[in-house]
Design a protein around this ligand. Sequence first.
Ligand SMILES: [Zn+2]
Ligand SMILES: [Zn+2]
Length: 358
Amino acid sequence: MKAIVVKPSSKGVEVRDVNEKEVQNFGRVKVRIIENGICGTDREIVQGKMTSARAPQGRDWLVLGHEALGVVEEPFGEFKVNDVVMPVNRRGCGKCNNCLMGRADHCETGEFVEAGISDMDGFMREYYYDDPKYLVKVPKGIEDIAILAQPLSDLEKSVNEIIKVQERVYWTCNDGTFSCRRALVIGSGPIGILVSMLLRSHSFQVIVANRREPTEIEDQIFQEIGAEYFNSAKGYTELKGRFDVIFNASTAPPTVIEDIIPFLNYNGVLGLFGFPPSGEMKLSFQEIQRLSLKGVAILGLANGQKPHFEEAMRHLSQWKITWPKTTNKLITRTVHVDEAPKVLSFKEENEIKVKIRW
Ligand SMILES: [Zn+2]
Ligand SMILES: [Zn+2]
C-alpha cells in the first residue's frame, strides 16, 4: 500500500509503497483512510526540526499523520462497514493510572506514543487496523469539516480544563454563564480560530490578537462568531482592561508571554498551548510574586482524548448551523496524495486547514 513516510530528524518526505506487514496496526477494525489533515507539527517533522519525533523501534522511518478520517471496511465491535471514523492520535503508556483510564493526555510516565509523531506509525496510508476503543464515530452531515475534530479535541480538553481549574473561584456571571469573562487569544491561525469559536460557544468575550492586520477571511470569521480582532504589532498596551483567560495559540517568540502577563486579571488563567520552536523568556522574582498575589493559574494544555473528540464532533455539527459562513471557510485546500510532499513542505498564504485526499 501507499504511505507518506518520513525519517525523523532528517529533512524530507515521500509517498512510497510499504508492505502491510512492516507497518504497525493496533486492532481488528479495518479502516480505509479517506483523508488526512496537515498541521504545523507535520511540517516541523518534514523539516527535520521536531526533536521529539521518533520512528517505531527497530527502524528509522515513520508513517506520518495524526489527523485522519476513514471508513470502516472490516467491522468489529460497535463499528459497522461504512461507518465514518476518526482515530484518537495519542495512545497511553499502558502503565500509569491516567493512561489505563483512557486519559493519556495526563500520562504520568511520559511514555505515551503519538501516531505519526513519536514511536507509532501514523495514519497517512491507504488503510490500517485499529482497536474500537481508539475510534470515534463521525456524525452524519459534517464529513466535509470533520477533520477539524482532531485539532479541536485538544482545545476541547484545554477549555474544559480551564473551566475546571476555575471552579476554585466564583467565576460564572450573573446570568449563570461566562459572558462577563474576557478571553485573549494570541494567534489567529487554525488553533486561534478554533479556540475562539469554542470560547464563544461557552459565552466568553473573545479578543484575538496577531501582529498584523486581519486577512479578509479572518475578518469575516471573527465577525460571524462575534470575536474582536486586535493588531498587536505595536504591543498590547492599547488593549483596555484585563483578561480572565489568556490563551497562547501561537508559535510567536516566548517574549510574547512576558508582554501579556501584566494583562492577566485577578484569579486569571494563562493557558500555554502553542510554543515557539526555540527562544527564551525571563520572569523576575517580582513578576512571579505579582502573579502569585493575583492568584493566577498557569496551565500547560496539551492533547485531547476520546471524550474530547466526541465533544469536538458535537461542536462541529452545531457550528455548521450557527456559523455556516465560518465553517465553510475553514478548509482552504484539498489536494490529492501525490501532491502531499508539496503541501507538507510549505504553507500557503491564507491557509487555514489543508486536507490530503486518498
Ligand atoms: Zn496537528
Ligand atoms: Zn501513562
